[in-house]
Design a protein around this ligand. Structure first.
Ligand SMILES: [Zn+2]
Length: 270
């Protein structure tokens, strides 16, 4: 626990120290005026062995489930997003290897078949596409999206299944039925409140979104989510199921990992 935590903070301290004395450009990730984004991106790339691309992604990209379209990001958007990308330093390298993520694409105006998305896990091209121009009143939202999407990779790679999980579905209250997929509830999900047993309204969309949402809430609001689960036995079972799934997927995602997540302090962005 302490080792991982220390390691993470050492990287952050090094990143901040270099901030004033160096301007780096790295691979396809272009540098910016102050070098912060390039250095943070470089830390994440070297820890996890994937490439962060901010230009020349070759959109539109065809996949079997639709066409991914996006535009290039501005330097200022990349710079603003770099701290969020640094959240990936919380994970052991092995997680990214098991997920087989080779590329992280930072872009704007991201869509699949014309429908705007905050992020797209493109399993076929081993790429995580992130729309980094998502301005939101909730400061933790970009981090939430990042962890949510990473979980979709974990969820697929752990047993080859994304859209079904009988064990998970059995935890739900008797008679509950998911609302038919993320696309159906996307625009209501920010305003409507979830029923007990679900971390968000969006979690009520489908089994895969429920799991990804539960995980993202644990990553971004760990203590609050655990506290909430003390009053919500269905949610408690889901948290235990996520912990078990992760530990099975990668043994390093154990109690020490969750302690590090719980102790992690984010700088308030606004
Ligand atoms: Zn999702």
């Amino acid at each position: 626990m302490i080792h991982t935590n220390k390691h993470f903070y050492i990287i952050r301290i090094v990143t901040l120290s270099i901030f004033y004395i160096a301007t780096l450009t790295n691979g396809m990730a272009s540098g910016d005026d102050n070098g912060l984004s390039a250095i943070t991106i470089s830390s994440v790339e070297s820890k996890h062995g994937f490439q962060v691309i901010v230009k020349g992604q070759g959109y539109p990209i065809k996949t079997s489930y639709g066409v991914i379209q996006a535009t290039e990001s501005s330097h200022s958007d990349v710079n603003l997003y770099s701290e969020t990308l640094g959240e990936l330093l919380l994970y052991p390298r092995k997680v990214v290897d098991l997920c087989n993520i080779k590329t992280v694409s930072l872009c704007n105006n991201l869509s699949v078949n014309g429908q705007l998305r905050s992020a797209v896990p493109d399993f076929e091209h081993c790429t995580l596409h992130l729309d980094i121009a998502q301005n939101d009143s909730e400061a933790d939202y970009p981090a939430h999206v990042l962890h949510h999407e990473l979980f979709h990779f974990i969820d697929l790679k752990d047993d080859g299944k994304l859209y079904t999980d009988d064990r998970w579905a059995a935890i739900n209250p008797a008679g509950f039925r998911y609302k038919g997929g993320g696309a159906r509830v996307r625009w209501q999900s920010r305003t409507l409140k979830p029923t007990p047993g679900f971390v968000s309204f969006y979690a009520m969309a489908s089994v895969e979104e429920d799991k990804a949402e539960t995980f993202a809430y644990m990553m971004v609001q760990y203590k609050r989510t655990i506290l909430r689960s003390n009053e919500d036995p269905v949610l408690k079972k889901k948290i235990i199921a996520i912990e078990e799934l992760l530990k099975q997927f990668c043994p390093e995602l154990n109690a020490s990992f969750w302690q590090t997540v719980s102790d992690f302090r984010r700088r308030r962005r606004r």
